[in-house]
Design a protein around this ligand. Structure first.
Ligand code: GLC
Length: 606
């Protein structure tokens, strides 16, 4: 039984026939493009998530209603109508659970309560009620790989001593060397330094070591222990009972470790590196993970067919990622290879084809994404012509700075290219405003543990987490009218505030609104994909989705467009004087037969 009824999105009304789920375009193939070979056919399967646009909310930076400088659940509830109006289908909330906030909430000390920083369980219930009213679904972030060292179970493990059931909830081992003063193996933390920390035993002497793939305040759970499974099944049910539509599962590839915890010489993030294919990493992608997700899927299905799991699974290659979304496992997995492909059209084409073929083979949709709270925002990434920042490392005041206008223009093009693709998509809060990363946060204000754990060598992820600008004339750009925001807002924020963009037809915000409306109207998320070779050059990429022809030009010159097509929307059309990036001509200035540099267009193929 659902505690809160979830409104049915009209596109997925189960009373509709299968044929009516086909995109309009698939019912009226266009003559000029009908000979193309599809890589992916239009979707016939049901499931709201298959084509949904899901908006990531990073609660501490969304909206601060109580004036303490940190965003809160009540702030989210107050602004949800803005997201409904933007045209998204669901929101994903990054962690709001009780936490010492050593990793911005990804260090959870109580999985079944709201951190007082963000509000109360009653605030959470109010948020769900408002989301239901607005036909928005809400997905929570589940952090099952590790807890906070302040979690009651870890505190009990510290005091219980070696070989106790309490220690068995986590991964404790004796150290190597005569005095046990060397870590049990050579694994490295994602945030830098060893993945092991030695504790003092209750008698005060140096004792065992515990594993933490992230910060030393984030001990990894022992997923070989059935008690850990039972605890997380309780957590799943707690939030499902409160009306959540599903979970984004944090580091979903890491929960189970290879027996014996063998040394690993590859990258700490488990991705492939020279001589070390990622699939061999002993801390990632172990086969037993899949049994966990099958069990979770069956729990979700007790609540009906609409609750979903989305994997943050950083595994390669793509056919392997598809194992996370087999019919009885998760529903979605973020397509990180797509995010990391940048604007390299050859790489993008290869990844899109590979994704659609691999995921079609298991009946799952692809889930496209360009930004999140862990990577440099795509406006900033695309503002470099040469090699930009390494994803996730951040940009500091002493680094080469991006060309923000160029980046925003290219980001609009990249987003329009992504939103035309069949499948689901995730947006990260603030990208609809064209926000860049903040690149001049002083070291003393940085909060990402990456910065401290690497002595500042890696800047970290604070730059993409700066509180949002809502209303240009209000204190802190309308983020909150009390204390200073937890991270300083750049000087450019007032010009980018939502209220300014609302009244500017050529704004980034209005581009997003129109893209989402057109995407829904043309059912692009449920659609098909065929490459249009004539417009796939070394610097452009084109595909047909139903009757919508999408062309992206990442070259330095304008390119000719096919004659006789109707323009649905260009990423640069309507570019007004105030629109950042307006220094390059768009299709409206070039004429309807040209596509400008750094521009994407949606045409009706006829
Ligand atoms: C995931 C989160 C990231 C967090 C890490 C540890 O990658 O997205 O923000 O730091 O897991 O929980």
């Amino acid at each position: 039984m659902e505690a809160f009824p979830i409104p049915c999105n009209v596109f997925y009304d189960v009373t509709m026939s299968v044929d009516s789920l086909l995109p309009v375009a698939a019912q009226e193939p266009s003559a000029a493009f009908s000979s193309l070979t599809p890589v992916h056919d239009a979707v016939k399967a049901h499931g709201w998530w298959r084509s949904a646009v899901i908006y990531q909310i990073y609660p501490r930076s969304f909206r601060d209603l109580n004036g303490d400088g940190v965003g809160d659940l009540a702030g989210i509830t107050a602004e949800l109508p803005q997201l409904a109006e933007l045209g998204v289908d669901a929101v994903w909330l990054s962690p709001f659970y009780r936490s010492p906030q050593r990793d911005a909430g990804y260090d959870v000390s109580d999985y079944c309560d709201v951190d007082p920083l963000f509000g109360t369980l009653a605030d959470f219930d109010a948020l769900i009620a408002e989301a239901n009213r607005l036909n928005l679904r809400v997905i929570a972030d589940l952090v099952p790989n590790h807890s906070s060292d302040q979690h009651i179970a870890f505190q009990a493990a510290l005091t219980a001593g070696a070989n106790s059931p309490e220690r068995d909830m986590f991964i404790f081992r004796d150290g190597q060397g005569p005095d046990g003063n060397e870590p049990p193996n050579n694994w490295q933390s994602h945030f830098g330094g060893s993945a092991w920390t030695r504790i003092s035993e209750p008698n005060g002497l140096p004792g065992q070591w515990f594993l933490h793939l992230f910060d030393s305040s984030q001990p990894d759970f022992n997923w070989d222990n059935p008690a850990v499974h039972a605890e997380f099944e309780r957590v799943l049910r707690f939030w499902l009972d409160r009306g959540i539509s599903g979970f984004r599962v944090d580091v979903a590839h890491a929960l189970v470790k290879a027996a014996g915890l063998p040394n690993w010489g590859g990258r700490a993030d488990g991705n492939s590196s020279d001589g070390f294919p990622g699939q061999d990493a002993p801390m990632f992608g172990q086969p037993a993970l899949h049994d966990i997700y099958r069990r979770w899927r069956s729990i979700l299905e007790e609540y009906g067919p609409d609750r979903i799991l989305c994997a943050e699974a950083n595994v390669d290659p793509l056919p392997r990622l598809a194992q996370w979304v087999r019919p009885d496992e998760m529903h979605q997995a973020f397509n990180f290879p797509y995010l990391h492909a940048g604007l390299d059209v050859n790489r993008l084409r290869h990844i899109i084809t590979d994704s659609l073929l691999s995921l079609d083979a298991v009946g799952a949709p692809s889930t496209w994404v360009l930004s999140n709270h862990d990577v440099v925002r795509h406006v900033t990434r695309f503002g470099y012509d040469g090699p930009g920042p390494r994803d996730g490392d951040g940009i500091g005041p002493d680094d080469a700075q991006p060309n923000e206008d160029l980046g925003r223009r290219r980001a609009a093009a990249a987003t329009m290219f992504m939103l035309g693709l069949p499948g689901g998509a995730y947006l990260y809060q603030g990208e609809e405003l064209g926000l860049p990363d903040s690149t001049n946060i002083p070291g003393t204000m940085r909060q990402d543990p990456t910065f401290a754990r690497t002595g500042g060598a890696r800047i970290g992820r604070d730059g993409c987490r700066v509180p949002l600008p809502w209303r240009s004339a209000e204190p802190h750009c309308g983020f909150g009218d009390g204390l200073d925001p937890w991270l300083p807002q750049p000087e450019s924020w007032p010009a980018l505030a939502r209220d300014k963009q609302e009244v500017d037809p050529a704004s980034h915000l209005n581009l997003y609104r129109e893209m989402l409306a057109q995407r829904a109207a043309h059912r692009l998320g449920q659609g098909s994909l065929a490459w249009v070779e004539d417009y796939c050059t070394g610097s452009s990429l084109a595909y047909l989705n139903g009757t919508t022809l999408v062309i992206m030009n990442v070259g330095t010159d304008a390119m000719p467009l096919p004659a006789g097509q109707t323009i649905l929307r260009s990423s640069a059309a309507g570019t007004g004087a105030e629109q950042p990036g307006a220094d390059q001509p768009g299709t409206d200035q070039l004429g309807a037969d040209q596509l400008g540099s750094g521009e994407t267009i949606w045409l009706t193929a006829s």
